[in-house]
Design a protein around this ligand. Structure first.
Ligand code: FBP
Length: 609
């Protein structure tokens, strides 16, 4: 089979590792810290997870672990949307397993959790994995969104894991899938099984993050891919000087992707859903604020611009959220009447008649195409498919209408032409950046070491990511530590808390400090394509989000890369393995003092950022 030159070159790439992971597996042991607490609802969670609640953070350090040499079988599942680096998690996991014992076996369940329920799996051999190292996609075994929920499904999962004589199951997924991993770990123990369950944090959305998970994997590559494309579009806009480009960016709910892309490209407008919700902005206000920028630039002879829109925006606009929920209820309750309406116009009339006055007004003001999307694209439960709403087109249509009004009243002079884009799938299966390739391999390798350490109900974690891999800190974090209870489908359920953009956090503040200037002037940054080879400050640089959140305050400033690289060269001159390992205590030492104090008083890991 023909493969591209880059694919062939990437097979040979060897991920950079934190020093502790370069030791023989039997010379790495687990070191446990103090018991932990969940971020909320502690008593209830203790009851739900009697066997796995409150386990200590597990660091990795030099020391003897003969258990790592045992022959074992491990199962692995890829769950949810694709994220660059998934194949490297599997490569790291397999390499760890085989270094422990060449006779150990890794089974990959096909198509996500449903593969475990069907007991449909493929043995992942070193030969097979060679064709997937450092490549994007999840095609080695496929992924899926099935949730293991019912008692029968849990029992079946255990039966199938036992039939394959698994020592452990590794679940590579987002917040929901890792919540599922925590429930499986608890269930297995409660049924007298010693099959361990370990999670790995995946999602391009970047919303599985907290004090202990600095980033989910795939975010880095996805935002770099989108930023390259945004930069290219921006340069075209600045050359042609005649189009306003509205670019919707994937990332279901949280706006981390949009925020990071804004920091990387300096667009004229970037909407942040969490801010829209915080300010309770209406759709009209959002359109007005964009039109102000369009008019300001037009008055300066700049008839072009870039607007970034997060995928989840509509659900964060309070009036749209209300409308969507009213529509979902109405269409569910009146499904049979609605189904026989002969035309879209009649459906629109029917809906408008049956909505309350405020939602009716919002609905009536929407462009026809969006009304159609709201009524047609529904999931099997009758809910509106919010991610399919073409917000980029909604905003182009509404700004065009508003600019026409402004022209009529003499408030706008000049031309206004729009183009819209959606960037999503092109970022999910890209060749992982060096960061993701290195990070994912370490996550997979660490998952094996947590298994070898006899742990269950943990998520593989690698921290200190603002620094080069030689300073990274692999560890195991108890899943219950990141959980609280949330209302889901009418009842309270244990879940890993999703991290939305923190409006008080450094990435948002850095953006907010500059956005007026970026609106007025044309200061686009052109990040260019992801570089897989070349100087570390180009090829290995993490996201600005990580640099701002975890590095020095100036680390993400344009031009700081070189200085920072130089500083790190001195700081990291003698990467001593001992320093670069995270024991429970050392892991705690990385927690900022205020949070350490909170930890002592029993509120460790309080806030998922
Ligand atoms: P995960 O949370 O499962 O990683 O998926 C993220 C995501 O890519 C979102 O950004 C997007 O809204 C969604 O998946 C799209 O889902 P699908 O692949 O089903 O179209």
């Amino acid at each position: 089979m023909e493969i591209s030159a880059l694919q062939s070159a990437r097979y040979a790439y060897r991920p950079k590792l934190p020093p502790v992971l370069t030791k023989p597996v039997e010379a790495i042991r687990i070191s446990l810290g103090a018991p932990t607490e969940s971020i909320g609802d502690r008593e209830e969670l203790k009851r739900i997870f009697p066997n796995t609640y409150g386990k200590p953070i597990a660091g990795l350090r030099a020391g003897k672990n003969p258990n790592a040499l045992k022959r074992i079988n491990v199962g692995v599942i890829l769950s949810g949307g694709q994220a660059p680096g998934g194949h490297n998690v599997i490569a790291g996991l397999l390499d760890g397993i085989k270094r422990g014992n060449a006779a150990s076996r890794l089974f990959g369940f096909f198509g996500g959790p449903s593969g475990l329920l069907k007991n449909a799996a493929l043995e992942i051999t070193p030969k097979l994995v060679e064709q997937y190292r450092n490549t994007g996609g999840f095609d080695i075994i496929g992924s899926g969104r099935t949730k293991i929920e019912t008692p029968d499904q849990f029992a079946l999962a255990l039966k199938n894991a036992r039939d394959r004589e698994l020592r452990a199951l590794v679940v590579i997924g987002g917040d929901d899938s890792n919540t599922n991993a925590a429930l499986l770990a608890e269930y297995f123990i409660s049924r007298g099984s010693d099959i361990q369950v370990i999670g790995v944090p995946k999602t391009i959305d970047g919303d599985l993050k907290n004090e202990y998970i600095e980033s989910s994997f795939g975010f880095d590559t996805a935002v770099k891919t989108y930023s390259e494309l945004i930069g290219n579009i921006a340069r075209d806009a600045a050359s042609a000087r005649k189009y306003w480009h509205f670019i919707k960016l994937m990332g279901r709910a949280a706006s981390h992707i949009c925020l990071e892309c804004a920091l990387q490209t300096q667009p004229n407008v970037a909407l942040i859903s969490e801010e829209v919700e915080g300010k309770k902005q209406t759709l009209t206000q959002i359109v007005e604020s964009i039109c102000e920028v369009i008019a300001l630039r037009a008055s300066r002879g700049l008839a072009f611009g870039i607007v970034l829109i997060p995928e989840g925006l509509v659900e964060f606009i309070p009036e749209m959220k209300k409308l969507i929920s009213a529509l979902s209820d109405l269409l569910a309750h009146q499904a049979s009447t609605f189904a026989v309406l002969p035309s879209l116009d009649e459906q629109i009339r029917f809906v408008a008649q049956n909505l309350e006055a405020d939602s009716r007004e919002v609905f009536s003001g929407l462009p026809h195409g969006i009304k159609r999307q709201l009524l047609m694209d529904r999931d099997p439960h009758g809910n509106v498919q919010v991610s399919r709403i073409e917000t980029e087109q909604l905003l182009t249509a509404m700004t065009e209408a508003r600019i026409r009004q402004m022209k009529d009243s003499g408030a706008f002079k000049g031309s206004y032409t729009t183009l819209s884009h959606f960037l999503g799938y092109e970022g999910r299966s890209a060749f992982p950046s060096n960061f993701d390739a290195d990070y994912c391999y370490s996550l997979g390798y660490t998952a094996f070491l947590l298994i070898a350490g006899g742990l269950s109900g943990y998520i593989s974690s690698v921290r200190n990511l603002a620094h080069p891999a030689r300073a990274w800190l692999p560890a195991g974090i108890p899943l219950t530590m990141m959980m609280n209870l949330e209302q889901r489908h009418g009842s309270k359920k244990p879940v890993i808390k999703k991290a939305l953009v923190d409006l008080a956090g450094r990435p948002f503040k850095a953006f907010a400090a500059k956005r007026d200037l970026w609106a007025r002037e044309t200061l686009y940054l052109y990040p260019g394509a992801i570089q897989y080879y070349g100087p570390a400050e180009v090829a290995d640089r993490p996201t600005k989000t990580i640099l701002l959140e975890r590095g020095t305050p100036t680390a993400a400033a344009p031009g700081a890369a070189k200085k920072q690289g130089a500083a790190k060269k001195t700081a990291g001159k003698k990467p001593r393995a001992k320093k670069a390992t995270a024991t429970g205590k050392e892991a705690a030492a990385k927690i900022p003092p205020a949070k350490r104090a909170a930890k002592k008083t029993g509120s460790a890991g309080k806030k998922a950022k």
